[in-house]
Design a protein. Structure first.
Length: 169
């Protein structure tokens, strides 16, 4: 009986060893990462509405391609016709990105009488909404907008700023 108990104990112990080994498993996975070029934007040209006479007011519109038009009683000058803002976007080759323009109008202020202002709104871009960087990781974005001119707007130079953002899709 003593031999049977010892043999039975050895059989059970060796069975437990085989069961424990049979339940364990292992696999190997790779860890990967890819670092891309950070997206960047820099101003190449300012948004310029050019020279005009206010008359009884209206708007001056600059398209992203740089063409200029007027509404209302605004009279455009044939000299200093202005132009669209231009931004250089750089980043990862062939990547797509979103373009963020100001969601609301921005104020530009008279150079010497800071109580006199105009607003710039309805910003548009080319490309519109999203862009695709070239095979060399670059693209130019043109930005236009609409300047609201009051009746008998004070003459002189006005300036202000606005932001354009880019982010990878």
């Amino acid at each position: 009986m003593k031999k049977t108990v010892i043999i039975l104990t050895l059989v059970l112990a060796s069975s437990a060893m085989f069961v424990a080994d049979g339940e364990a498993a292992e696999a190997t996975a790779n860890a990967t990462a890819e670092v891309i070029t950070p997206i960047a934007i820099s101003k190449a040209a300012d948004l310029k509405f050019g020279k005009f006479a206010a008359g009884t007011g209206g708007t001056v519109v600059i398209a992203p391609a740089g063409t200029r038009s007027a509404t209302g009683a605004v009279i455009l000058s044939s000299s200093n016709v202005g132009g669209a803002a231009s931004f250089n976007v750089t980043g990862d080759n062939n990547a797509t990105y979103a373009i963020t323009l100001p969601a609301s109008a921005v104020t530009i202020t008279h150079a010497t009488d800071t109580t006199k202002t105009m607003s710039v709104g309805t910003f548009t871009s080319n490309p519109s909404g999203t862009g695709t960087l070239s095979a060399s990781g670059a693209q130019t974005v043109g930005v236009g907008g609409t300047l609201t001119v009051a009746s008998a707007q004070t003459t002189g130079s006005y300036t202000g700023t606005f932001n354009v953002g880019v982010e990878y899709n």
